[in-house]
Design a protein. Structure first.
Ligand code: F6R
Length: 261
């Protein structure tokens, strides 16, 4: 796992934007897997800036989001459809027809999960999957003790995830209890993973993900199985890592072509 520690979330997001911008420039028809949540907000802002000021084009890009709440239509302001449109898609030149978010209102949710997997395969698979990290170690909405080989499916959200997300949603009771999410197996199929974790609330999950055993109690520890996973942390999220100095050493001694900035 490539572990990159930066002084702040802002610096981490600038770095992550450079990683994504390089993929987009090298492969203008790349397939990107995207995430929602508080963590990538500054990253999307930086990508929008690169689009406006440095001509970064998303015209040929296809995207697949990790997840969506069951029951929320795309017009709901807490849906992930809405989040992506407001925070990224409508500010860049991406073709809306090439953006995909699971349909949480599908009459047949199981068929929608199968269709989502098929659409990813038809697009040629995901070149780079962006991920956030749940305080309990989840990625996508794959909660602790779920299968590490799961595919896109309907998941029941844990009470902790509901409480974490209700601060954004405004109300615990109104928050849907179910979501469609790419599975861990779906995520591991991406050719490259880029996970961001910022702030002290992510400290424990960060340690478990990077230095803990591969274990279903920390779904993000599955990243240890991926040949090309990059993790970007700020100092507070990295504060519990036993090998933090080693990761900094590696970062300082990279060959030029291994650097992003
Ligand atoms: C979002 C997602 C979730 C979040 C995670 C962290 O699409 O799949 O796994 O990445 O819950 O959320 P934030 O960034 O709000 O702390």
């Amino acid at each position: 796992m490539e572990v990159l520690i930066r002084e702040s979330a802002e610096a981490g997001c600038r770095l992550a934007a450079k990683v994504i911008a390089r993929v987009v420039r090298e492969k203008p028809d790349a397939v990107l897997g995207l995430a929602t949540g508080r963590t990538p907000l500054l990253l999307y802002r930086e990508l929008i800036r690169l689009h406006r000021e440095e001509g970064l084009s998303f015209r040929g890009i296809t995207t697949f989001n990790l997840d969506e709440y069951v029951g929320l239509p795309a017009t709901h302001d807490q849906s992930y459809h809405w989040f992506m449109r407001e925070n990224f898609f409508r500010h860049v030149d991406i073709d809306p027809a090439h953006t995909h978010v699971p349909d949480g209102t599908a009459a047949d949710l199981q068929a929608e999960c199968r269709r989502y997997e098929e659409r990813i395969a038809t697009a040629g698979g995901i070149d780079l999957q962006l991920l956030g990290l749940g305080r309990n170690g989840h990625i996508g909405f794959n909660e602790p003790t779920g299968s590490l080989r799961s595919r896109t499916w309907i998941k029941i959200l844990s009470e902790q995830t509901l409480r974490d997300n209700s601060t954004v949603f405004g109300s615990f009771d109104a928050l849907p209890r179910h979501a469609i999410t790419m599975g861990i197996g779906t995520i591991l199929d991406a050719r490259r993973l880029l996970l961001l974790a910022f702030g002290p609330a992510k400290l424990r999950a960060t340690v478990d993900m990077i230095e803990g055993p591969l274990a279903a109690r920390c779904p993000a520890s599955a990243l240890q199985l991926h040949p090309r996973a990059t993790v970007v942390l700020d100092e507070p999220a990295a504060a519990g890592l036993q090998y933090a100095d080693h990761y900094r050493w590696i970062d300082r001694h990279k060959l030029d072509w291994q650097r992003y900035e």
